[in-house]
Design a protein around this ligand. Structure first.
Ligand SMILES: [Zn+2]
Length: 439
């Protein structure tokens, strides 16, 4: 396809799902330049219009990942904005929000602007920076929220190095009210989790590893929900991993607290059993929990207690992972397995409607962050993902677009994945050559 000049093409005969409008039907989407021109069950176009036949494929809003680590600035050996957004596009994502725990941390508008500029130059998807709550993420002085928002930050979080002092968190929530800004809580009581490297329970005893109790997460979530209630501010809970956390959030929502929550694909697809054999690719923070927790996460996604699926994409290089379990870094890459895992576990095993999965992966995170996208509307931006629900593929190292390969899912065979990703009408990923762009 011509990447310059006028762009117009028809996506024909696909299953169109728009969770923002709760629609799901077979039809056509006409894209003109960077916009969606028209959506209907059948659209007539002049013979010169390029037609992309999508019978049996799904046409959904570009996926939105509200929690990734792109590692730039400072740790470009793990990932860069260029490689991270390439991985995002390959996973069907058109927007990602990147966490501030870079080196230096994103605690000032200079860094925020740097990330946005780099993403514009090299990015294959939109990048929305999340700025730090405290300067240097040291848990003490608040950053300049107004200045950071003007520079393009979309939320605030001390992800990775959580705010330990409740008075500082209260102040951050009160301050956020001036801007109706979102505070994202990495909920972890460090005094309880310190030196722990997996879930605390039978498995940690068997392996002789120090565990992290579920209470380390649940106490921190409960604290921040109490503070959100006290201040009336908007709070989002990152990477929910325990049954108790789901229950605390469900109760808070029933009381009208302004709280939303996300979980990551590994928490609904794996348990602590994956750590057996001291598999460092199954080490993350919060840790993988038990089957009971996994079930509760799935039920939380089903009933809307958990609003979004976010990857917590955390690239690390081989030296940081291929070492003793206790010393290994926390986290796994996730951008290229999130959709296949959601289709495998939530749709195929748990019977979720596909449109519900798209809600968790596009319209809900877009609306929580208040960013464009997450829907398919005439005159709306043409951020579109095309999914082949039947395509089988093996997830291997040589298929990965990320700079790192720390994933517990290597070697797995999946059915269903993104085959093309359109960013503002421009194909930025095209596995099967539907758009003739060669990647
Ligand atoms: Zn975190």
């Amino acid at each position: 396809m011509e990447l310059t000049g006028e762009r117009q093409f028809l996506l024909r005969g696909g299953r169109i799902m728009d969770p923002a409008q709760d629609v799901d039907f077979v039809g056509d989407v006409l894209v003109h330049e960077d916009r969606i021109e028209h959506i209907a069950s059948e659209i007539d176009v002049p013979p010169s219009t390029k037609i992309v036949e999508l019978s049996g494929k799904w046409i959904v809003p570009g996926l939105v990942d509200m929690h990734v680590h792109l590692r730039e600035p400072g740790e470009e050996y793990k990932e860069t904005i260029e490689t991270g957004t390439r991985a995002a596009a390959a996973g069907g994502f058109t927007s990602v929000a990147c966490m501030p725990n870079t080196c230096p941390s994103n605690d000032n508008s200079g860094i925020t602007r740097f990330i946005i500029d780099r993403a514009k130059d090299s990015g294959r998807c939109r990048v929305f920076p999340v700025a730090a709550i405290t300067v240097g993420q040291d848990g003490k002085g608040l950053t300049e929220f107004g200045d950071l928002l003007s520079a393009g930050a979309v939320a605030f979080s001390d992800d990775g190095l959580p705010v330990q002092n409740p008075a500082v968190m209260r102040l951050a929530l009160e301050y956020s009210l001036n801007f109706n800004a979102l505070i994202i809580s990495h909920s972890e009581e460090l005094e309880l989790s310190k030196e722990g490297c997996m879930n605390e329970g039978k498995m940690s005893t068997r392996l002789g590893l120090k565990g992290i109790p579920v209470a380390a997460e649940e106490i921190a979530i409960f604290r921040d929900i109490c503070l959100a209630k006290l201040t009336g501010a908007r709070l989002h809970i990152a990477h929910v991993s325990t049954a108790g956390s789901v229950e605390i959030i469900r109760n808070a929502k029933a009381q009208g607290v302004r709280v939303t929550a996300e979980t990551a694909p590994h928490y609904f697809s794996l348990t602590e059993e994956a750590v057996a054999g001291y598999n460092t690719f199954a080490k993350m923070n919060p840790p993988l929990r038990t089957e009971r927790d996994r079930r509760a996460i799935i039920e939380g996604l089903r009933d809307g207690t958990i609003d979004a699926i976010a990857t917590d994409h955390a690239p690390h290089n081989s030296l940081e992972k291929e070492c003793e379990f206790q010393l290994a870094a926390n986290g796994i890459i996730g951008l290229e397995t999130a959709l296949p895992l959601a289709l495998k576990v939530l749709v195929n095993e748990e019977g979720f409607a596909p449109v519900q999965v798209m809600r968790l992966m596009s319209s809900n995170p877009a609306s929580i962050l208040d960013i464009p996208g997450g829907g398919l509307r005439p005159s709306g931006i043409a951020d579109i993902t095309i999914i082949d629900p039947e395509e089988e593929f093996t997830f291997t190292r040589d298929t990965i677009h990320s700079k790192s390969y720390n994933s517990p899912f290597l070697g797995l065979v999946f059915r269903g994945r993104a085959i093309s990703t359109l960013l503002g009408g421009m194909p930025v990923f095209d596995a099967n050559g539907l758009f003739d762009i060669g990647y």
